[in-house]
Design a binder for this molecule. Structure first.
Ligand code: BGC
Length: 253
């Protein structure tokens, strides 16, 4: 495996990027943050990525991984909930390589967070089924079984009580509806107990910026499954994207 890879995490409000040391899982130097361009079209975001690669002096041989807030099926985005609709149907690695001349690996943002937490965080060394959820604009989910990612599991869009789950229980929804921690925790309880019933996981890991305040809501949940906050915080997407890129680089002939 390469020693270093570059990770780019594209979110609804910010794009983060940094060089990741794959031995320790740490972000070298500093993590860059830039605002997500609006409209958040593929062209505008690829231009922002170009500037980030330049800024960090990323060489053409360094593996580059990108995480995006949508499923990624063999590089193609079948549907997009939280960025511009022009992403739908795009073959992202092909488009990025055509524009920037750099091969990239593209992965779902929650899958990236799951890879990061399993590699270096709260789920390191945990056997069985780990479900990493990210509570943010939407609800992302990454499912890892005995260390292996099952990609593109979209548990944020489970239909629960006739609602798309993320429209009730995401962190954005807590803010939009000005819910108290207790009110929001009641929705999280409904959500996690449903997922628990479906998967009987060994561990839930909760990420997203709001997980830094997990003391306000995780103790309110009553589940059979242990549930812990993510430890990589806002670096999980960048670290996981870099890991995904290094794994691709290792398996390519
Ligand atoms: C998307 C997922 C994504 C999640 C978090 C959902 O709306 O469908 O692919 O992981 O938001 O960004």
């Amino acid at each position: 495996m390469a020693d270093l890879a570059f990770g780019i995490d594209i979110g609804g409000s910010a794009i983060k990027a940094g060089r990741v040391d794959l031995g320790s899982g740490s972000v070298q130097t500093r993590l860059s943050h830039v605002a997500t361009p609006m409209p958040s079209t593929p062209e505008a975001i690829i231009a922002a990525m170009d500037r980030l690669l330049d800024l960090h002096g990323v060489s053409s041989t360094m593996p580059v991984g990108i995480s995006i807030p949508a499923p990624v099926v063999h590089g193609v985005v079948p549907s997009m909930a939280n960025l511009d609709q022009k992403w739908t149907g795009v073959d992202v690695p092909t488009l990025v390589e055509a524009r920037l001349g750099h091969p990239v690996t593209v992965v779902n943002d929650a899958d990236a967070a799951a890879l990061g937490e399993v590699g270096f965080g709260a789920a390191k060394g945990v056997a069985g089924t780990v479900i990493v959820t990210t509570l943010g604009t939407g609800i992302g989910s990454g499912v890892v079984v005995d260390g292996r990612l099952v990609p593109n599991v979209e548990l944020g869009h489970l239909e629960i009580d006739s609602f798309d789950a993320e429209t009730r229980a995401s962190a954005r929804q807590k803010n939009t509806e000005n819910l108290s921690w207790e009110q929001w925790a009641a929705r999280l309880q409904r959500y996690y107990s449903h997922v628990e019933k479906l998967f009987s996981p060994d561990l839930f890991v909760v990420g997203g910026a709001i997980s830094e305040q997990s003391a306000h809501f995780l103790p309110l949940l009553d589940l059979r499954t242990p549930i812990v906050p993510a430890v990589l915080r806002n670096r999980a997407g960048v670290i996981g994207a870099a890991l995904a890129a290094s794994l691709t680089a290792r398996t390519e002939p």
